[in-house]
Design a protein around this ligand. Structure first.
Ligand code: SAT
Ligand code: MN
Length: 593
């Protein structure tokens, strides 16, 4: 391949001299090359071909048992000054990080091939998009990148001779967890990842580029890189309005992104268009609004718990051309997972570790052995989603009418409330939190703050990130309205008050009505909440008293919350924006009434 880009060629030469691959292979994005790579990986056992009658185009992969998720303690932001990484990121000085990791990369591709993966985050050639080139010695990574991003010759053509691309280097090396490093050099537009083979550690377009590096660039260039799903709600009159929503993990982001309207609203003509389930890049346009694209081209979703009730669209999406990682492999080369659509994978199945397995198996201590790893994943092309938005390839994305922030709170936060101003909304996003459930390790009920769900993904000082949010609102003439939702409020006996799933559309629709200047609301100290009759409840029978409980605001509980938020702000260091300190004090005054 003739590549007329000196920066790119020199960098690849330099990295090849470090890693010493036997061969360098350019990924052109063609089906023929993808098929050849699949065949090669099947031959070595790196992937397994699934039952092509039942799961056409689907493949299976098991990771190393100690390589099953992102590793936050091995993830670093390497800026020249430590203060630029802020108090919530791990930091290493760039020279030290490069030197140490070079030792792990050195000679690690001997006897292997180095694949050159040119990829675009966002539609190829869009002014919203960014180009990256990932060098990797893993076919599994190549096959995943082909689904998750736009890859190939088009991307090189769009780049031309420009040096403006993110240099991404990945080597599996020995998969040694101790020597695993996920290094970000925002000042060099560079990412180095070594000793892992899975997920966000190695699909470098995703969290590493599209969030950590992009958030750094976005602040410099005046846009936003956010950990948000994007969803279009089509009203009965055919008009589509868009929301972008941020939730901490385990709040059902992918399910919300693929929501199926409940019958009562569907029959009125409501419809959902999925734009993204994880990441939004957002820019201010000349119309004064914020416009968002989804920089990805696929879904990398958690498999366990995905079923025809929780997410029928996902079930439809992953029937073909999907890579399954770390689930149960059935004897007929289909796949199975906990809380899927069937009770058992049948005789002769093997678990994510490759051991013979059947449901109900217990270890020596009597603890249940899961067949699929809890972080097992599907990688599937976006366009296979039945509700995939027709604007996915639109270079400008979609205008955002409302931002939705959420968390998993047993008490305190009502089903929905609306911020009274942009700055108040930024305060709401900055103080987002989830409580641990029984299923998670650690203390039950412990509150974890995760501003904008960006804490693990912000490529610079989080207080500066909060200030960037304040500034974006100042610049936008028609900024989105900001809301906070809580699908997880419980009654005294611990039961969920709200049915969730598709019913959540009723709540989103109220937010969109408010954004249009409609919708009934009452003002409370924490913001506007719907009047008890404001949500469209057609087809859902919910007791009035339950609705009241869902919308209740308890001043005493909220006062305790303000103290907890203040402690959190204090932990972020001295330059938390004064606007947010003001919002905190204003909230306290309103609560004191
Ligand atoms: O592994 S990913 O980072 O892509 C997904 C996640 O952990 O959120
Ligand atoms: Mn995510």
């Amino acid at each position: 391949m003739i590549v007329n880009n000196d920066t790119l060629r020199n960098w690849i030469e330099e990295m090849a001299a470090l890693c010493l691959p036997d061969e360098i292979v350019w990924i052109d994005g063609s089906d023929a090359q993808r098929d050849a790579l699949r065949a090669e990986a099947c031959a070595t056992g790196e992937i397994i071909e699934l039952n092509q009658e039942k799961l056409p185009g689907c493949y299976y992969h098991r990771t190393h048992p100690l390589d099953v998720a992102r590793v936050e303690d091995k993830t670093f932001i390497c800026t020249r000054r430590e203060s630029d990484a802020g108090p919530t990121n791990n930091w290493k000085p760039p020279e030290e990080a490069y030197t140490e990791a070079a030792n792990f990369f050195r000679g690690s591709m001997r006897g292997r091939k180095m694949y050159v993966i040119p990829f675009s985050m966002g539609p190829v050639g869009s002014p919203f998009s960014k180009i990256g080139v990932e060098l990797s010695d893993s076919i599994y990574v190549v096959l995943n990148m082909l689904i998750m991003t736009r890859v190939g010759t088009d991307v090189l053509n769009a780049l031309g001779p420009s040096p403006d691309f993110t240099k991404c280097l990945h080597a599996k090396a020995k998969l040694d967890p101790e020597k695993r490093r996920i290094l970000h050099f925002p000042e060099d537009n560079t990412i180095w990842s070594v000793n892992s083979g899975y997920g966000g550690n190695v699909l470098l377009g995703k969290k590493c580029l599209a969030l950590r590096i992009a958030s750094y660039l976005a602040r410099q260039e005046g846009w936003m890189a956010e950990h948000m799903l994007i969803l279009g709600v089509e009203q009965p009159n055919g008009h589509v309005e868009y929301v972008a929503a941020a939730f901490p993990s385990a709040c059902g982001k992918t399910n919300l992104a693929m929501l199926i309207p409940p019958e009562g609203l569907r029959s009125k003509g409501y419809r959902i268009w999925t734009m993204g389930d994880d990441i939004a890049w957002i820019r201010l346009d000349t119309d004064g609004r914020l416009w968002a694209i989804n920089p990805e081209a696929g879904f990398f979703g958690v498999v366990p718990g995905t079923n025809s009730r929780s997410n029928p669209s996902a079930i439809e999406t992953i029937k073909k051309n999907t890579i399954y990682t770390n689930v149960v492999l059935a004897k007929d080369r289909t796949v199975w997972w906990e809380e899927g659509d069937t009770d058992s994978p049948g005789e002769g199945a093997t678990d994510w570790l490759g051991r013979p397995w059947h449901p109900g198996m217990k270890d020596e201590k009597g603890k249940e052995i899961l067949g699929a790893h809890p972080n097992s994943r599907f990688t599937a092309p976006f366009r296979q989603c039945p509700s995939a938005s027709f604007r996915l390839e639109h270079h400008h994305g979609v205008p955002i009418a409302a931002f939705i922030f959420g968390g998993r709170r047993n008490t305190l936060a009502p089903l929905i409330y609306e911020a009274t101003s942009w700055n108040h909304g930024v305060f709401v996003g900055a103080s987002m939190a989830s409580e641990r459930t029984a299923a998670q390790y650690g203390k039950q009920g412990e509150v974890r703050r995760d501003p904008f769900a960006m804490l693990p993904f912000c490529g610079y000082h989080v207080a500066d990130y909060l200030k960037h949010w304040i500034n974006m609102g100042r610049r936008a003439k028609r900024p989105p309205k900001i809301f906070h939702v809580n699908w997880f409020r419980r009654d005294k006996d611990g039961n969920f008050l709200w049915p969730g799933y598709g019913e959540n559309l009723r709540v989103l629709e109220w937010a969109l009505m408010r954004a249009r200047g409609e919708g009934k609301a009452v003002e409370t100290p924490i913001g506007f909440i719907p009047t008890p009759d404001a949500l469209d409840m057609t087809g859902l029978d919910l007791n009035e008293s339950v609705m009241e409980e869902l919308l209740a605001v308890d001043n005493a509980e909220w006062k305790a919350e303000t103290d907890s938020i203040e402690k959190f702000f204090d932990s972020l260091g001295p330059h938390v924006p004064w606007e947010l300190r003001n919002e905190l004090e204003a909230l306290r005054r309103r609560l004191d009434g």
